[in-house]
Design a protein around this ligand. Structure first.
Ligand code: ADP
Length: 508
């Protein structure tokens, strides 16, 4: 790659379990695509390695084709063949690994939640490194994400560096420390790692269960760069309350650990070009937003009597982290305050899904509330465009993307002050924040009172001061949430790490 700038372009390879829009469960998928596109735009060579899921959106992969060669990779004592596919997603070159393993690891109709996820993803991590080795790749950075590809870090240094795949520094990003992928130590040997050597307190041993290995801990220990997705969350996970058992590990490795706020993909999330909307609009021509609000209300058979009636929305995975009980409370409080409420969400937790199905059923023909309990990309765009306020009462939130998307679509966020929400939403009434940065309503205490107080302040502001509300919507839509500055921070970390390796190599 020839770089036009002063700096030479880096070669970065992401190994990940998700990539938007073809294989997305949550924010991880958005980040892999958003960050990669931003890096590519800045002149770096970026490639992505993904499993070839049966349930991915094949129609959004361009020029998908299988390579002639079969890649052999090790698992559970023998070599298995893998078919390798290549294609382009959002302009990014992607390799897909399709294992010919009797367990049909990625032919399950879903991305996660299988009984053998540890096997599925340790297999994939190893096969991905094998692919890079066999293809003769010489990346500067191998960037792995979350526990599913955390295995890459120890596999690289313990096995692949000595096989000749030794040009890279390893960057690991943890998008949520809640999910650490722990498993009985003996399972680690399936992918060829030395379970005995690694099941030690200073390596991969879980900090609370001693016959258990923890892939996220392993990646923290073995990576050159460790990041998480916001500065506030990076602080929170270094405390006993927030660290999910990894606070001591993160503190020990604090010199290589930083929080970088995610951006959003401002091409995909752009109300002036968004084809999912009834009417496209922009900060300078906001009229279309009202038409989207009416369109959503019509679609969902909600009352359309008062165009000014505030519409509060929420789009989320319904898991305890997201404060599901507070979302429920916000719904009831919104009706009491005279607003409308729309929830788009689905839950992998059976009892939560059942509870919300009960509520959805209760409100199924209510003029002011609608719950849509599924994953629906198209509907999510219309909801962002239609909504006046967007509620996110998370118990913790590593970064959160929905508050940024909401602001870009002119919806004012009402959020709990935690993690990335604390780094992107600043209260309109907070005198400690310069006025130009204030953009929403926040609350600290994770309880019904906290939610109510912020919601009530938002309703007051909306109903009493139309002009100020319009200005707030206008300035929120103009905030730069692109990946541009965050990608710059990643590049700086990558470059520092590469430079350190070169200095070390020169000394040796
Ligand atoms: P997390 O990664 O914890 O799920 P984020 O806020 O980082 O939360 O990212 C959520 C992303 O998933 C956003 O792009 C949001 O629009 C999308 N999303 C969440 N639930 C749904 C749903 N039911 N239908 C469509 N999109 C959804």
């Amino acid at each position: 790659l020839v770089s036009s700038g002063v700096r030479a372009g880096l070669h970065v390879i992401h190994i990940a379990a998700e990539m938007a829009p073809i294989a997305k469960v949550g924010g991880l998928g958005d980040v892999v695509t958003g960050l990669s596109k931003a890096l590519q735009k800045k002149g770096h060579l970026v490639e992505v390695v993904l499993p070839k899921y049966d349930c991915m959106q094949h129609d959004r992969v361009n020029d998908l084709r299988a390579l002639d060669v079969l890649l052999e990779s090790y698992f559970e004592g023998r070599l298995h063949k893998n078919k390798i596919w290549v294609g382009t997603v959002e302009g990014l070159p992607v390799y897909f690994i399709e294992p010919h393993h009797p367990s049909k690891f990625f032919w399950r109709g879903q991305f996660y939640g299988e009984h053998d996820d540890f096997k599925r993803f340790s297999y994939f991590s190893r096969a991905a490194l094998e692919l890079l080795l066999r293809a003769g790749k010489k990346p500067d950075i191998i960037h792995c994400h979350d526990w599913q590809t955390a295995f890459v870090a120890p596999l690289y240094w313990d096995l692949y560096a000595s096989k000749g795949l030794n040009s890279a520094r390893i960057c690991f990003t943890c998008h949520n420390f809640e999910y650490q992928g722990t498993a009985p130590a003996k399972e680690l040997s399936s992918c060829g790692l030395d379970a005995h050597q690694l099941n030690r307190p200073d390596r991969m041993q879980d900090n609370s269960a001693h016959d258990t290995v923890n892939p996220v801990k392993g990646a923290v220990v073995f990576s050159n760069i460790v990041t998480t997705v916001s500065p506030t969350y990076a602080q929170e996970v270094r405390t006993a309350e927030g660290g999910r058992g990894l606070d001591s590990t993160l503190n020990f490795h604090s010199r290589k650990f930083v929080g970088i706020l995610n951006g959003i993909d401002t091409d995909a999330w752009n109300p002036s070009t968004d084809n999912f909307l009834k009417v496209q609009y922009s900060a300078d021509d906001i009229q279309g937003k009202k038409e989207n609000k009416q369109a959503l209300r019509k679609n969902l058979k909600l009352s359309m009597d008062d165009p000014m009636q505030p519409l509060v929305c929420c789009i989320t995975r319904l898991v305890p982290q997201k404060g599901v009980h507070l979302i429920r409370h916000a719904m009831y409080r919104t009706i009491e305050l005279g607003g409308q409420f729309v929830l788009l969400g689905s839950s992998p937790v059976q009892h939560i899904q059942s509870e919300f199905e009960g509520i959805a059923n209760h409100f199924r023909s209510h003029p002011q509330v609608r719950l849509i309990l599924k994953y629906d990309e198209a509907l999510s765009h219309l909801i962002y465009a239609a909504s006046d306020m967007f509620i996110i009462p998370s118990m913790f939130e590593p970064c959160g993307l929905t508050q940024m998307i909401a602001m870009r679509y002119g919806s004012v966020p009402i959020t709990r002050k935690t993690g990335g929400l604390n780094d992107s939403v600043f209260d309109v009434d907070d005198d400690n924040i310069p006025a130009r940065f204030r953009n929403g309503f926040t609350f600290l205490s994770p309880d019904e009172q906290g939610v109510s107080s912020a919601l009530e302040r938002a309703f007051d502001y909306y109903t009493m001061d139309h002009e100020s509300w319009r200005e707030l919507v206008y300035s929120n839509m103009k905030i730069d949430f692109s990946w541009d500055s965050s990608a710059e921070q990643y590049i700086e970390l990558y470059e520092q790490s590469v430079a350190r390796a070169r200095t070390g190599a020169n000394r040796a």
